[in-house]
Design a protein around this ligand. Structure first.
Ligand code: NAG
Ligand code: NAG
Ligand code: NAG
Ligand code: NAG
Ligand code: NAG
Ligand code: NAG
Ligand code: NAG
Ligand code: NAG
Ligand code: NAG
Ligand code: NAG
Ligand code: NAG
Length: 516
């Protein structure tokens, strides 16, 4: 009897102790905050950096905007090796390349059936070569995504200016490019049209529909999207506030408002992240007399493009031999080495993290604050619902010096964070607000003067819905010159007084956010 009762009590208590586990299943993720990226947009953004390859008759005539009348026989890149182009891209950390299949001069790098103004009429391989094909093969072999630029403006084609005829011609060319060369991951279009050029209409809706039909996985780039937008300058620099949110209807292809493009739209209902194009050299095409930018200049551009939620599209023009020049390769190697030495080790990665709250903290560990130290965006810290403060408190193993902050959001759940700042505990025991920022998105990098501390507080002040953080890192950049850091986008408030520990109370107010 006694033993039976004992057993019963034991069994009951075992059962009871099991109950919380059996009913406490994992908390699901919060709802996404719209708009969110499509699968192709997400894949595009994970690339971070792409190579632009400007190549054509201009390469052989020392020109940037060919007149459209260059003799096609000048095109003769005797040593052309697309495998080298792809290899250089990969070795420098770029996994997407975009080739100018046709630039404004109208010369086609593939043997199109709609004009003779192409590789067919060049002396290269007696007119039997196809640059697009070689690049497509090399990209496929190298596991690099391929994009193509087909210039709408065409200074050679006689039917340019006749709206119907030219749109038919252009769509015929586009069909060749989208059906002859396997998978195309990006179509890059602009609204360029020279001053005083014959007036005609580009049928963008039809072009975009054709791209969707033939290459549904391709993202379409233009001033106004639909999938990715031009940042609005050719210096590769995004706004220090940069939303992937945007209204396509508020932008016009060929009539960009640079401010709208650079900052995006906190209230935008479309997901249209930005692409920052810039050339490694002064010109877009190769010129014997030009030299590449320095690795430090590229690093600065990286902070202001990739570090501001954009994709960096860096133009690296092949030379007239058909190869990427040795001096460009040298600079790209140095650029990779700089990024490796700065970003390969997160100085906070072994810190103890304490979050203001954690979603479903009694259940599993899906939204654990330690997720902020695992690479990638798909695991993240999520706070409990309806909290009034969102803080990640980091205690490092020892005091470290650093001058760069990296933050990432799980953008597949929407771009949420509006305002944030970083505080450090100073030697005298006060919390100092080191740097503030607006927008995070896929990746945010902020530079500030070197500080030393063991205790950090990452505070999110404003967000569209509950903020989610997938990565947080601190780094020491010994290479950037400090003067380049302080443009108007980077507001530093190195506390002058010790009163800065009086923190702004951040209050979560649903009606102040743009949450849909
Ligand atoms: C070749 O370039 C020169 C200037 O560098 C320019 O004047 C000339 O028009 C170009 N030729 C063609 C055919 O584009
Ligand atoms: C082309 O470039 C690749 C990569 O740099 C190299 O391995 C290969 O030997 C080159 N091919 C030729 C024909 O030079
Ligand atoms: C081009 O054609 C000429 C004459 O027919 C021939 O001698 C030469 O080998 C060919 N070159 C190539 C690259 O095919
Ligand atoms: C974008 O659309 C939203 C409504 O969806 C609107 O609130 C916002 O003002 C629009 N932005 C512009 C620049 O028109
Ligand atoms: C093009 O670059 C290669 C190095 O990749 C170099 O050997 C060749 O001389 C260059 N051609 C010209 C015309 O500068
Ligand atoms: C987080 O850190 C703060 C400051 O050290 C401390 O007051 C608080 O109790 C900690 N919270 C948890 C859950 O450890
Ligand atoms: C958050 O607030 C909403 C609306 O007031 C409520 O329905 C929900 O239960 C709250 N969630 C938590 C975890 O308190
Ligand atoms: C960042 O700090 C500067 C300087 O105190 C201030 O002017 C600016 O409004 C702050 N921005 C945000 C988003 O808090
Ligand atoms: C940066 O420079 C400091 C001082 O010269 C050195 O101690 C530190 O190891 C360097 N950090 C990196 C990441 O190179
Ligand atoms: C810190 O603040 C107190 C009171 O505001 C002031 O008396 C003291 O001088 C300050 N100390 C420093 C180091 O600024
Ligand atoms: C939230 O923001 C709205 C709009 O700015 C304001 O009218 C309201 O009073 C705020 N609510 C709280 C609780 O602060």
């Amino acid at each position: 009897m006694y033993t039976h009762l004992n057993l019963l009590i034991f069994s009951l208590s075992l059962l009871l102790s099991l109950v919380p586990f059996s009913i406490c299943t994992n908390k699901p993720p919060p709802l996404p905050v719209l708009p969110i990226p499509t699968a192709s947009q997400l894949q595009w953004q994970l690339s971070s950096m792409a190579f632009f390859l400007h190549f054509g008759t201009n390469t052989f005539n020392d020109s940037e905007w060919g007149s459209g009348h260059a003799d096609p026989s000048v095109f003769n890149p005797i040593q052309l090796n697309a495998t080298q182009w792809v290899q250089v891209a990969k070795d420098s950390g770029f996994d997407r390349i975009i080739l100018t299949a046709k630039h404004h001069d109208g010369f086609c790098l593939w043997p199109t059936e709609y004009t003779d103004y192409s590789v067919k009429s060049s002396s290269w391989r007696n007119g039997s070569g196809d640059v697009v094909k070689e690049v497509a093969l090399a990209a496929k072999e190298g596991g690099v995504n391929l994009g193509l630029y087909l210039s709408p403006w065409d200074r050679h084609e006689v039917c340019y200016g006749e709206t119907l005829e030219y749109n038919e011609f252009y769509m015929g060319q586009m069909t060749e490019l989208l059906t002859w060369y396997g998978s195309i991951k990006e179509m890059w279009l602009d609204g360029a049209k020279g001053e005083g050029e014959k007036n005609m209409e580009y049928f963008f809706d039809r072009w975009f529909s054709l791209i969707r039909q033939l290459q549904p996985e391709a993202v379409i780039f233009s001033d106004a999207g639909p999938d990715t937008r031009w940042i609005g300058d050719e210096r590769g620099i995004a706004g220090s506030t940069c939303w992937s949110l945007f209204n396509r209807s508020a932008a016009k292809i060929g009539g960009t408002d640079p401010q709208y493009s650079q900052g995006g739209d906190p209230f935008g209902h479309d997901w249209v992240p930005a692409e920052c194009d810039v050339s490694i050299r002064p010109g877009w095409f190769w010129h014997a007399s030009e030299v590449p930018k320095s690795a430090k200049q590229l690093l600065d551009i990286y902070y202001k493009s990739v570090g501001r939620n954009c994709l960096l599209l860096l133009n690296v023009p092949p030379n007239s031999s058909g190869l990427i020049s040795a001096e460009d390769i040298q600079v790209l190697q140095e650029f990779s080495e700089l990024r490796r030495s700065i970003f390969s080790y997160n100085l906070a990665s072994t810190a103890i993290v304490n979050a203001s709250s954690t979603r479903g903290s009694t259940g599993g560990h899906s939204f654990d604050p330690y997720n902020i130290f695992s690479e990638g965006i798909f695991t993240y810290w999520a706070p409990e619902e309806n909290e009034s403060t969102w803080v990640l408190h980091l205690t490092l193993q020892k005091s470290v010096s650093f001058n760069v902050l990296k933050v990432q959001e799980p953008i597949h759940m929407g771009q949420r964070i509006i305002e944030f700042h970083l505080e450090i505990l100073s030697k005298v025991g006060d919390w100092w607000k080191m740097i503030n920022g607006t927008t995070v998105g896929y990746q945010r990098l902020l530079q500030f003067p070197t500080v030393e501390s063991r205790h950090l507080k990452f505070v999110i002040e404003k967000s569209r819905g509950e903020p989610l953080v997938s990565y947080l890192g601190i780094y020491m950049d010994n290479f950037s010159s400090v003067s380049s850091v302080f443009d108007k986008g980077f507001q530093i408030f190195q506390a002058h007084s010790n009163s800065s520990h009086v923190l702004q109370q951040s209050v979560y107010n649903h009606s102040q956010t743009a949450a849909t």
